[in-house]
Design a protein around this ligand. Sequence first.
Ligand SMILES: C[S@@+](CC[C@H](N)C(=O)[O-])C[C@H]1O[C@@H](n2cnc3c(N)ncnc32)[C@H](O)[C@@H]1O
Length: 278
Amino acid sequence: MRTNERADADGNRLFKKSVVAVYETETFSSLLKDVLHPGGLKLTRRAFEAAQIDKHCTVLDIACGKGESIFLLAKEFGCRGVGMDLSFPKIAQATTEAKEQNFSAGSSFLVSDAEALPFADAVFDVVLSECSFSVLPVKRQAASEIARVLKPGGRLVITDIVLETGSGGSMPDNAAADTGPTLPCIAGAVSVAEYIEIFRESGFCDAYVEDHSKELKKIGYQMALSFGGWKGFLQVLSSELRCASPKEGTEDFCYTEPNRKAAASGKPGYALIRVTKP
Ligand SMILES: C[S@@+](CC[C@H](N)C(=O)[O-])C[C@H]1O[C@@H](n2cnc3c(N)ncnc32)[C@H](O)[C@@H]1O
């Protein structure tokens, strides 16, 4: 590895560490509890329907957090699920919960990076990603890894923050256009068209899209109630991050995101996107 490649790799590793730290905070959990995406498990059910899941499917949840979607899959669809996330504490919690709820036979969890999946080719029927593609710095790499591990005919379903170019943005404050700190999922969001292009370049076809922006709006209202709004939420989050790692500067999470400039040009909405591996 050349020196500048090593510097890039170190920067990427530090960036990912700071992203993971944001979603491990008490502040973030207090807003969304155990399910860290707009729409909660109701939207997860919709994602499973869109993925045409049945009990014979094997499902991978990319950046699964505490594994709630995998537990839903086991309880309501009776199929096997694997959850992976870069956060050690989250995967430890999911593994403990799986044991306690007797899901260990059909559900497993591991710590891994979404951009380098530790699985053989063509082993999953469905890959799910909820509010996590937006936080990945090299989305094309993750998309081609997902295409590799899906079987032919397999489906990728994401629900995520998307940038809207029109006036239909959903956060009460224009969260993406502000120049100050923001969340990685806002800073790293791209438009629906860009997502579809990334997936098409990775070999996926038959894009299907649903708008769920009203779910993001509900989170905006929750932020207003609990923190006095978007800026109040970010202030509390930043001070928690500063206290947790004063030397590492994780409170700077917002400034390191490569897509920040793009984020400033559009308002955020929330969408479900399904694509198929031919
Ligand atoms: C907004 S949370 C969503 C979690 C979960 N999908 C849910 O809906 O509850 C984003 C998640 O992405 C994880 N994450 C961030 N970067 C990652 C990466 N490079 N690889 C795997 N997971 C990552 C974080 O640890 C966090 O759990």
